[in-house]
Design a binder for this molecule. Structure first.
Ligand code: 13P
Ligand code: SF4
Length: 309
């Protein structure tokens, strides 16, 4: 680590203490951010952490817009700061609220489940939210055989396969540009090169990629799988940021990226410098208009309620 980086880290940690702040970081954040975070996790874990956080006055949420927005919705009395204003998940932009309303008109009385990777206005129009860690559990818990589900059509495919229910994806082909980079052929080549390796993939990957995996789950579920697996070599199909955590937690195992350039440019907009500036100037606060926040909060709380049954 350079002297400059260490200085920056010291300044962030000092400010954090002075301002009674906590740093939450998603599993895709840069290694140096993961290393100074108070908590690292997948989207459901970070939402829970934000909701349970009692001490801190500021939550510095190193991730993308929809995650910080959800934290602000669940924690209206706290200041939730996003290090980089432009860190927006493109998948969340694929389902504007107007589209949700059109689909609801087309299929009245059908439950609408939205992935947390959506904007607050879209969440406000749905019945319940889900994350990649619990989408299957949420759909199973609903008293309905057909469900409108968006915006990721690959996750919709996964949920339909696991639940046997009829899932109507909204929009028809919402996707994560980063996870669409994974190709079945690349993984097959890696499997030939490492015959003892197992394959863990995120459900945002294409169905043909999911079908050759030994495990499909959220980023933190992939961490648990890696820890518990007997395998010494694991091929990973998700954003490369997760590899830092996997390697740190499992120094005796080898992690092989299924595609080494699978970078989420939005997640990577957050840098130590930007964390420092956000905290120093208390800038880029996530804010959601009250009426929308109240409705979106209900959808997020419905998720927690269904999970507790
Ligand atoms: P996780 O909830 O699995 O961390 O996924 C969030 C995400 O944005 C995946 O691309
Ligand atoms: Fe959005 Fe994909 Fe980036 Fe996750 S990895 S934040 S789904 S663009």
């Amino acid at each position: 680590m350079t002297e400059k980086t260490q200085e920056l880290i010291n300044k962030i940690l000092k400010l954090k203490k002075e301002k009674r702040a906590i740093i939450l970081a998603h599993n895709y954040q840069r290694p140096e951010i993961q290393d100074i975070a108070d908590y690292i996790g997948d989207s459901i874990e970070l939402s829970r952490k934000a909701m349970e956080e009692k001490e801190a006055e500021i939550i510095l949420f190193s991730a993308v817009d929809f995650m910080a927005e959800s934290a602000a919705i669940l924690n209206p009395e706290k200041k939730v700061l996003l290090p980089s204003k432009g860190a927006r998940c493109p998948m969340a932009q694929m389902l504007p609220v107007e589209q949700v309303r059109i689909w609801k008109e087309k299929y009245p009385n059908m439950p609408v489940v939205l992935y947390v990777n959506t904007l607050a206005e879209a969440k406000a129009e749905c019945d319940v939210c889900c994350t990649s860690a619990n989408a299957v559990q949420i759909i199973k818990a609903l008293d309905a055989e057909t469900v409108l589900f968006g915006p990721d059509h690959n996750l919709a495919w996964h949920v339909q396969k696991e639940t046997g229910k009829h899932i109507i994806p909204i929009p028809e082909r919402g996707f994560c540009p980063t996870h669409m980079l994974f190709q079945k052929e690349d993984i097959e080549i890696l499997k030939n090169e490492h015959p003892n390796a197992v394959v863990a993939v995120h459900p945002e990957c294409m169905p043909e990629v999911q079908q050759i995996a030994d495990f499909v789950g959220s980023t933190s579920q992939m961490c648990r799988f890696a820890k518990n697996s007997e395998a010494k070599e694991i091929i990973i199909a998700t954003e490369i940021g997760l590899l830092h955590r996997l390697r740190k937690e499992n120094p005796n195992k080898t992690f092989i990226p299924a595609y080494a350039d699978a970078v989420c440019p939005n997640m990577k907009l957050n840098t130590l410098e930007r964390l420092y500036l956000a905290l120093k100037n208390e800038q880029h606060a996530a804010s959601v208009p009250k009426a929308i926040a109240e409705k979106a909060r209900r959808a997020l709380e419905n998720m927690f309620t269904l999970l507790s049954h």
